[in-house]
Design a protein around this ligand. Structure first.
Ligand code: F6R
Length: 260
């Protein structure tokens, strides 16, 4: 796993966005896996800036989102459909028909999940999956105890996730209890993984995911099994890493390192 630590959230977001842009510049029809939540906002803003100012082109891109709350209509301001539209899609030129987000309102979740998995395959698989991490170590909504080979499915949110996400809703009772989420197994099939995390409240989860044992209790630790996983952290999120000095040393040496 490559661990890249930047001093600030802004620097971390820019570095992650540049990684995505590099992929689009070499593969304009890339399939991107998208995450929502507050962490990737800065990265999306930088991608939008690159689209406006530098002509970064999304016209051949296909996107698959990780998850969606069950029961929220797409027009609900806290739905991930709404989030993606407001924070990214409406500012770039991804064709609408190329964007896939799990449905939180389907009448048949099982059939929808199977279709979603099939659609990823039919589009050639995900080239780069963007991920955040929950304070309990979850990726997507794969809460502690999830199978590391799980597929897209309905999932009950953990109490900690409901607490964490209550900040976006008027009342805690309004936070949905269920979500539809890509599984850990689905995520691990992406050709590359890119996780972003910032803030002190993510420090424990980042340390557990990056340096702890691989366990279904911290589903982000499954990234250790992926050959091409990159993690972008700010200083606070990196504060509990034991190998911090080594990660910084690697970054310092990078300009002179042999090209792979
Ligand atoms: C969102 C998602 C979640 C978030 C995680 C962190 O699509 O998959 O796993 O990445 O809950 O959320 P924030 O960034 O709001 O702290």
């Amino acid at each position: 796993m490559e661990v890249i630590i930047k001093q600030t959230y802004e620097e971390m977001s820019r570095a992650a966005a540049h990684d995505v842009a590099r992929l689009l510049n070499t593969k304009p029809n890339a399939v991107l896996g998208m995450a929502t939540g507050s962490t990737p906002l800065g990265m999306y803003q930088e991608l939008v800036r690159m689209h406006r100012e530098e002509g970064l082109d999304f016209s051949q891109v296909t996107t698959f989102n990780l998850d969606e709350y069950v029961s929220l209509p797409v027009s609900h301001p806290q739905s991930y459909h709404y989030f993606m539209q407001e924070n990214f899609f409406k500012h770039v030129n991804v064709p609408k028909q190329n964007t896939y987000i799990p449905s939180g309102t389907t009448s048949n979740y099982q059939a929808f999940c199977a279709w979603f998995e099939r659609r990823i395959e039919e589009c050639g698989g995900i080239d780069l999956q963007i991920l955040g991490i929950g304070s309990d170590g979850h990726v997507a909504f794969n809460e502690p105890g999830s199978s590391l080979s799980s597929r897209t499915r309905l999932k009950t949110l953990a109490k900690q996730t409901i607490e964490d996400n209550a900040r976006f809703f008027e009342r805690r009772e309004d936070v949905p209890i269920y979500a539809i989420t890509m599984g850990v197994g689905t995520i691990l099939e992406a050709r590359r993984l890119l996780l972003v995390a910032n803030g002190k409240n993510k420090a424990w989860a980042c340390a557990a995911a990056i340096e702890g044992p691989i366990t279904g209790m911290v589903t982000a630790s499954a990234l250790q099994m992926h050959a091409r996983a990159k993690v972008f952290l700010d200083d606070a999120a990196a504060s509990e890493l034991k190998m911090r000095e080594y990660y910084d040393w690697i970054e310092e040496r990078r300009p002179g390192a042999p090209q792979v």
